[in-house]
Design a protein around this ligand. Structure first.
Ligand SMILES: [Ca+2]
Ligand SMILES: [Ca+2]
Ligand SMILES: [Ca+2]
Ligand SMILES: [Ca+2]
Length: 395
């Protein structure tokens, strides 16, 4: 091995001093005390490139101690979700973005160039995963069920309706629909998506929104990936969390309690019981005389239906014989008229976990709407959420 010459030593010393000055200069910026690592200068990083499509998330993994992920300031339309040595990245628009990985045991940062390519994203629901109404006066009708129509075919019918802006009724409390788009819905500042119903002044039938981010990337909404979007009534003292209701299908030849003068063909039609020890009946209305039990349900669901979730307070008042169902402030489907887009828009930042704690999600892949009302309003029957279509506000 060659001995270092004087020149080499001088050069190394000068470089060391220079690098000290440079580092000193870069530290003139106010120090972020939460930051354990400092970025290395641009000319001393390891460059890597990854690519994805817009609204298609990507996980990046790196090894290192005290890992930190930073996006460069001023970059819009990109959202990151750092999770230890992994980081989820998703962008709303095509372009090049930069993501820096810093660790305490590496002298060099890793600077990722994230190439986001343009891709076709459709601004309408692309798949209905599960249409699961509770019994109700529009069930087997909106959409139509005929003898032999399967669950998959009912899902398909719902998809077509959502694409054509028709009408789907979720039935009584708990009835739901689960759907997705052909891309992820990104969680940017403010509202992220909108869902429309058929509410009008005095006829609000609020449905609760749940969202799931496919964090484990298996293409499915797993049980632990669902979060509720907490609307304006979420912390109301009359709102019941962990509510559970059981409907029992009337047996063949059950005694009927017709009251045609009140609009009922059977006032005590479908029995329900809940975990508050309350019970009651969904009436059958003379105006809607079909079977109210979803005709395609199989197994135990052909006889008993159980729904669990949040139950919103009653919103109906009978004023001089006219039922008025008042709107809640914000955060529900089929709550306010469709011409008010903001009132039908949702922010992923409203997501809360089962204990009511706020959850930060970079995007969502699945959306579920369920009827949050257990309420019967005389001859107009049970309160049931309707949905017509949904849209992604990032497109
Ligand atoms: Ca948002
Ligand atoms: Ca999943
Ligand atoms: Ca309804
Ligand atoms: Ca409605």
């Amino acid at each position: 091995m060659k001995k270092p010459t004087i020149t080499t030593i001088v050069t190394i010393t000068l470089l060391a001093i220079l690098s000290g000055i440079l580092n000193g200069c870069s530290k003139d910026e106010p120090n972020n005390n939460n930051q354990t690592n400092n970025p290395t200068p641009e000319n001393n990083v390891i460059n890597k490139t990854v690519s994805t499509n817009r609204l298609k998330g990507l996980w990046i993994k790196e090894d290192g101690e005290n890992p930190e992920w930073q996006i460069e300031k001023g970059q819009k339309d990109i959202v990151i979700y750092p999770d230890d040595n992994k980081c989820f990245v998703i962008a709303a628009k095509a372009g090049n973005y930069k993501l820096r990985f810093i660790s305490s045991n590496s002298e060099k940062d890793i600077l990722y160039k994230i190439e986001v390519k343009e891709s076709k994203c459709t601004d309408e629901v692309s798949e209905v995963l599960d249409f699961h109404p509770a019994p109700g006066q529009f069930v087997n009708d909106l959409p139509k069920w005929e003898n032999g129509t399967t669950q998959e075919e009912m899902n398909e019918r719902c998809l077509k309706i959502l694409q054509e802006k028709g009408l789907i009724s979720l039935g009584a409390y708990g009835g739901s629909i689960t759907f997705r788009f052909d891309h992820s819905i990104i969680n940017r500042e403010g509202f992220d998506f909108a869902i429309f119903g058929n509410a009008f002044e005095g006829n609000s039938e609020p449905g609760i929104v749940m969202v799931a981010w496919d964090k484990n990337d298996n293409g499915k909404p797993d049980e632990d990936e669902w979060y509720e979007l907490a609307g304006s009534m979420h912390n109301d003292p009359e709102t019941i969390h962990n509510y559970q209701i059981t409907y029992t299908r009337p047996r063949e030849g059950k005694r009927e309690y017709p009251e045609p003068q009140n609009g009922y063909s059977d006032r005590r039609y479908i029995k329900w019981e809940d975990n508050l020890n309350e019970k009651g009946y969904l009436p059958k209305l003379t105006a809607h005389n079909q079977d109210y039990w979803p005709g395609w349900y199989e197994g135990t669901e052909a006889k008993t239906l159980v729904f669990t979730g949040t139950k919103l307070p009653q919103n109906a008042n009978n004023i001089d014989g006219i039922w008025k169902l008042k709107a809640f402030e914000w955060g529900y489907v089929d709550n306010k008229p469709n011409n008010d887009e903001a009132a039908n828009s949702f922010d992923i930042d409203w997501a809360v976990d089962k204990n009511g704690n706020k959850v930060k999600l970079p995007a969502v892949d699945f959306i579920k709407v369920y009827n949050g009302m257990n309420q019967v309003c005389g001859p107009i029957g049970e309160t049931s959420t309707e949905i017509t279509h949904a849209k992604d506000l990032a497109l």
